[in-house]
Design a protein around this ligand. Structure first.
Ligand code: ADP
Ligand code: GLC
Length: 480
């Protein structure tokens, strides 16, 4: 039996701010249980859903030297869907109304989490062969593991994996403060280790010290070795390219299933979507006071409203787009300028635009089911899960060819009758608009072709099966 522990700052169903939570909560379920025991450790946030907080059971606690104090570390546990989750408890660090707040507090919070989770291992009765770390919040785990804990018999030989879900966020703060918080010596704060551009950088530490590095698509694995996508770490990633691989994300095919989804008005599948899917669109038009018309081309957006996702392109052509015979349903939160941009167009074109500036699991599923097309013109996209959810619901993605979007959406070719979506290559607003118009043209004038696109989209398999095997191969390779 191989033991793997996922160290993550978020996971469904407990807490989610983005795709990382989906991955951390769904991937562990997809390994053969007779060979791999995959468990998850995360903070116990007070802002977690109450129904889950109520179900956690106390396992143990201890006190740990951290940031010049002796600090309480509680360990709680819960088994969900056959997977054991451990939770690190410390109310001083994890009391906020969201998992992340200001970066100064966060670098301390996640240094605490990283050291605490390693210190907790001897008490939980589970010795991992591999600690699989996700994003900068757990970047210090490979560092602590290699240098601090390896002197101890229990920890000797434990390997670490660092998965980059988003290179943009690295956990950067000044060296002096981080040295003091973490207790790591001067030795670590040099440009070949934790230091980058004079500051301390958690993700860099993880990348330098992990035994293997992965990211969430092949294209992104290549892109991050270039200055444009490398966020200042491309040199390091080129240097470590032998240890870096891309493994594309999957999604939970039970959770996201149009034939069983309890959130949507009308269930459907690959055989009856021609008749049934549109009922979800009608319900949505009614709910949001949009024109009641099956022929309107409905574009869905479910996203964090940030520059990463290409919203400056959308903002640039939004007025032009609204002159078209289309409907846009948006669900998202994020940068105020984009929130207000959508509110403005909702006010200006109420029969065409529905702006929902909040977080809602239920509405996200409804949009994946109701829309004809799903727009995701990202500037960069490590993998992207929303386009996979759209494919699963037969909602045709319109994407920019970058990162995981390029790897998962096959562009429509009207001559060969192939493809699962529409895509454009340059980060250019009118190239995007042209692609949206082309998709709308196919929708309006070639219904049979459009339906065949949906056939192919729904046939595509982005369950975890294939990718979980690739992680398993990597684990085998690491621990023999
Ligand atoms: P990222 O992790 O960069 O935000 P992904 O496409 O990997 O992008 O994952 C985003 C996840 O968050 C998807 O499951 C998507 O449905 C969900 N999501 C984003 N915004 C919202 C929202 N406002 N309400 C509900 N779900 C959302
Ligand atoms: C990050 C990326 C997204 C990816 C997700 C899960 O949030 O922005 O592209 O799908 O992590 O790996």
């Amino acid at each position: 039996m191989k033991n793997v522990l996922f160290a993550t700052s978020e996971s469904v169903p407990f807490i989610k701010t983005g795709g990382l939570a989906d991955v951390a909560g769904s991937l562990p379920k997809c390994f053969p249980k007779d060979k791999y025991d995959v468990r998850v450790i995360m903070p116990k946030y007070l802002c977690m859903k109450q129904e889950y907080l109520d179900q956690l059971s106390y396992k143990s606690h201890f006190y740990m030297d951290f940031n010049w104090k002796n600090q309480y570390v509680g360990i709680l546990e819960m088994v969900h869907d056959g997977i054991t989750f451990y939770f690190i408890d410390n109310e001083e660090y994890f009391h906020g109304s969201t998992p992340y707040g200001n970066i100064r507090a966060d670098v301390e919070k996640f240094a605490f989490f990283s050291k605490a989770l390693l210190s907790a291992l001897p008490l939980i009765g589970f010795r991992p062969d591999i600690v699989h770390c996700h994003d900068w919040q757990t970047g210090l785990v490979p560092v602590y593991l290699k240098e601090r804990f390896q002197g101890d018999e229990f920890f000797r030989g434990i390997k670490s994996v660092m998965t980059i879900h988003n290179l943009k966020f690295q956990g950067v703060w000044d060296v002096k403060t981080i040295k003091s918080i973490t207790g790591l010596s001067d030795y670590f704060f040099t440009p070949d280790k934790l230091e980058a551009y004079k500051d301390s950088n958690y993700l860099k530490g993880g990348i330098v010290y992990a035994d293997a590095i992965t990211t969430v698509s092949n294209t992104y694995a290549e892109e991050i070795k270039t200055p444009f996508y490398g966020e200042g770490l491309d040199g390091l990633l080129r240097a470590r390219s032998n240890s870096l691989r891309g493994i594309v994300n999957g999604i939970d095919y039970h959770e996201y299933n149009p034939s069983t989804d309890a959130y949507i008005v009308q269930k459907y599948d690959a055989t009856n979507f021609r008749k049934e899917k549109v009922k979800n669109k009608r319900a949505m038009q009614e709910e949001f006071n949009l024109d009641q018309d099956d022929k309107k081309f409905m574009i869905g957006i479910v996203s964090r409203l940030t520059d990463q996702k290409g919203f400056d392109l959308i903002a640039y052509i939004m007025d032009e787009l609204c002159q078209e015979d289309i409907q846009i349903v948006v669900l998202g939160t994020g940068e105020e300028k984009y929130e207000n941009m959508f509110r403005h167009f909702d006010w200006k074109y109420g029969n065409k635009v529905a702006a929902n500036i909040y977080y809602s699991e239920a509405l996200s599923h409804k949009i994946y089911a109701a829309a004809d097309a799903f727009l995701m013109p990202s500037l960069f996209e490590p993998c992207g899960l929303s386009q996979l959810m759209s494919l699963r619901y037969g909602t045709v993605p319109i994407v920019r060819e970058t990162g995981g979007l390029k790897d998962t959406v096959i562009p429509y070719n009207e001559y060969e009758g192939t493809g699962t979506g529409f895509s454009f290559s340059n980060y250019n607003a009118h190239e995007m608009l042209g692609t949206i118009r082309y998709a709308k043209h196919i929708f309006n004038t070639k219904k049979r072709e459009w339906n065949k696109l949906i056939d192919r989209a729904m046939e595509a398999d982005f369950s975890w099966n294939v990718s979980a095997k690739k992680y398993a191969e990597m684990y085998d390779w690491l621990i023999g």
